[in-house]
Design a protein around this ligand. Structure first.
Ligand code: OOG
Ligand code: NI
Length: 319
């Protein structure tokens, strides 16, 4: 069982059918993601070469993230049902006014699984023109596709998460959306592809277990980091500290218009994030070997997240 798992899949003793399905779904997400984001291997290889870890399985995945389009039959309401089925619980809601996004985070069914952060574009807040473009694609989805998905069939779920939910966009539509909402442009092309996974740094060995030290290590290995609002994003309580790479560019193939050949254009794909969760003040007296996830800063932070979204924005990728 464990040999068949790809990178970062959680190791677990429990073998309930639901857990096995979740393991397989996470495996599928992580393997496709690491194929399309070369920085994943770049970071892991550097961690191994530096002796921070011996193998990728030692990495703790703090959370993974998805983006959705807030239109009927899709968005948070639809997507949330997938991981709820595996025991994830919906937690705090976040509002990103300028970016027109709503997000929730979901806590996992067991502490060795990643948290999940899912956001949704409030499409109805965009200009009529942008709304028309989006609906042109998404209106082909006339019922909630998750309702007809067998969530106990890991292969079906894997296929669903990596399939085109709507027609491939034209480059002109992509660029019109990009000018108004970089998030909209990202989702119209990338759909439910995993947006990022997150390396927990606080359990790494001394010298690398703070975000400042880890960022120094990343920069010395030539990784390009998101500088929006400063490279290290710190929550007001000081407990959640995050950084991320600039999204990797992918060669995207867009639909040809009126019989002309398809257009290829380089657009933002996915990225890698790094998080330090500090021990909460009330647990700071505990010996280090007794510290578990519940003793550290939980959840997410609007101010941090607002800047992390920009990892896929042209202001960062075009730096
Ligand atoms: C998510 C950005 C927010 C976090 O950890 O706060 C985030 C995204 O880029 O879709 O990942
Ligand atoms: Ni994140």
């Amino acid at each position: 069982q464990s040999n068949s798992r790809s990178l970062f899949a959680p190791t677990t003793m429990t073998t309930s059918p639901t857990t096995q399905t979740l393991d397989a779904v996470l495996d599928g997400l992580m393997s496709r993601y690491s194929e399309r984001v070369p920085d994943v291997h770049k970071v892991i290889d550097a961690m191994i070469a530096t002796g921070i870890i011996q193998s990728a399985e030692e990495i703790e995945n703090d959370h993974i993230a998805f983006r959705t389009m807030g239109v009927p039959n899709m968005g948070l309401a639809s997507f949330g049902k997938i991981f709820a089925h595996y025991g994830y619980e919906r937690r705090d809601e976040f509002n990103f006014i300028g970016k027109k996004l709503t997000a929730y985070w979901y806590s996992p069914p067991a502490p060795h699984y990643p948290r999940i952060f899912v956001s949704e574009l409030r499409v109805h807040e965009l200009s009529d023109k942008a709304q028309r473009i989006i609906h042109n694609y998404t209106d082909t989805v006339t019922s909630d596709p998750v309702d007809s998905l067998d969530l106990d069939d890991a292969e079906a779920v894997d296929r669903f998460l990596h399939q085109p939910l709507w027609q491939t966009p034209t480059l002109a539509d992509y660029q019109t959306l990009l000018a108004e909402s970089e998030y909209a442009a990202w989702v119209i092309y990338n759909r439910y592809y995993l947006n990022h996974f997150t390396i927990s740094v606080h359990n790494l060995k001394p010298g690398y277990n703070t975000i400042d030290e880890f960022v120094a290590f990343l920069e010395s290995n030539g990784l390009r980091l998101n500088s929006a609002g400063g490279t290290i994003k710190v929550s007001p309580d000081g407990g959640l500290r995050q950084a991320s790479t600039v999204a990797q560019m992918i060669d995207a193939e867009f639909a040809g218009v009126a019989g002309s050949p398809a257009d290829t254009f380089r657009i933002a794909g996915s990225y890698v994030e790094f998080a330090e969760r500090r021990i909460l003040p009330e647990f700071q007296h505990l010996p280090a070997d007794q510290i578990t996830r519940q003793h550290r800063r939980e959840g997410f932070e609007t101010g941090n997240a607002d800047k992390i979204f920009e990892s896929t924005f042209t202001t960062q990728t075009g730096k």
